[in-house]
Design a protein around this ligand. Structure first.
Ligand SMILES: CC(C)(COP(=O)(O)OP(=O)(O)OC[C@H]1O[C@@H](n2cnc3c(N)ncnc32)[C@H](O)[C@@H]1OP(=O)(O)O)[C@@H](O)C(=O)NCCC(=O)NCCS
Length: 286
């Protein structure tokens, strides 16, 4: 275990063009899908922590994003994400240090820390007492030369937002509205299924997608895949047979696994209806 005592984790106070470029370099180095607009959202709605090298360049990051109020008398949740370390600096305790700082903020605020972990991240988070809840798989589809159909009708986000708070047990209205209002984002629907599409660095991200009937989610996924020529990614909870059949039929292949983790420490967890979730918003957004 690397010592983290000498590592200086700083709260990012100014979202300068330079900081934005250095943070985005971390995303590119890890082949993740976020855009500068995502960092801007973390900065405006939450807190960013960074570690810099001797020359002042950001080589490690972490984000804390407070979710809106939880349903009933459950404790509020904060999402921890963007735990990224520059490949050349890995293995020296930077990841542990920046994650520890994010966690300290969430704990001090009396909120429940939650996150979606990659396998590398999971090994770190269990050491802080985080426990796995459920998992999902990232699927990717290569680009298509031409599309055969129109995208399903654009919808207001209202139905999606209603299903979203029912599914997760907390309110993400501000966050999802921020993503939905970006250039290139759109909300699509089919029957009872509703989903958000947003531009990413390497692919268009489908999610969150919610539906009370999985079959409606699978039909919406199929319609989006038929209408969008760009590379697509979608994060689907494990065990969704109809969704997985639609993914395979539409040329998606599984890329990596994530596990949703929580450290409740006796706080009351929000009530969830995870069966409504057909695709998550992404590991960085819950
Ligand atoms: C995960 C990551 C942030 C760790 O950063 P780091 O600075 O190398 O981590 P640390 O040196 O602080 O090590 C902390 C712990 O992480 C885990 N870890 C780090 N690299 C790992 C790897 N390649 N495989 C498995 N576990 C790993 C270990 O549990 C390690 O604890 P140990 O030192 O007691 O063995 C870094 O590897 C990274 O940026 N990976 C790509 C992005 C990613 O997956 N981020 C996590 C998102 S959930």
């Amino acid at each position: 275990m690397a010592s983290t005592e000498a590592i200086n984790v700083q709260r990012l106070d100014a979202f300068t063009t330079q900081a934005q470029a250095q943070l985005q370099q971390l995303v590119e180095d890890s082949h993740w899908n976020q855009l500068a607009a995502d960092w801007a959202l973390f900065f405006s709605l939450g807190t960013l922590y960074v570690v810099r090298d001797g020359g002042g360049v950001i080589v490690g990051s972490g984000a804390v994003l407070p979710m809106g109020s939880s349903l009933g008398d459950a404790a509020p949740v904060s999402w921890i994400s963007m735990i990224l370390v520059s490949p050349k600096q890995r293995g020296h305790g930077l990841g542990r240090a920046v994650f520890g700082r994010c966690l300290a903020q969430v704990t001090a605020e009396g909120r429940i820390p939650m996150l979606d972990a990659t396998p590398e991240g999971e090994a770190l988070y269990v050491q802080f007492g985080f426990e796995p809840t459920w998992g999902f798989t990232r699927w990717r589809r290569p680009p298509r030369e031409r599309v055969m159909a129109h995208c399903p009708a654009e919808d207001s986000t209202e139905h999606l937002l209603q299903l979203d708070s029912e599914a997760l047990g907390f309110d993400r209205r501000v966050l999802l509205s921020g993503i939905a209002s970006r250039v290139g984002s759109r909300c699509v629907h089919h029957a009872d299924a509703s989903a958000l599409l947003r531009q990413g660095r390497t692919a268009v991200h489908i999610g969150p997608m919610h539906a009370t009937e999985e079959a409606d989610g699978a039909a919406l996924l199929h319609a989006v895949a038929a209408a969008v020529s760009d590379v697509l990614v979608v994060d689907v909870p494990k065990g969704r047979c109809l969704m997985e059949a639609a993914l395979k039929a539409d040329g998606f292949t599984p890329e990596r696994s994530f596990v949703r983790m929580v450290l409740s420490k006796g706080l009351k967890l929000p009530p969830t209806k995870t069966e409504i979730v057909q695709a998550v918003a992404g590991p960085e957004y819950a």
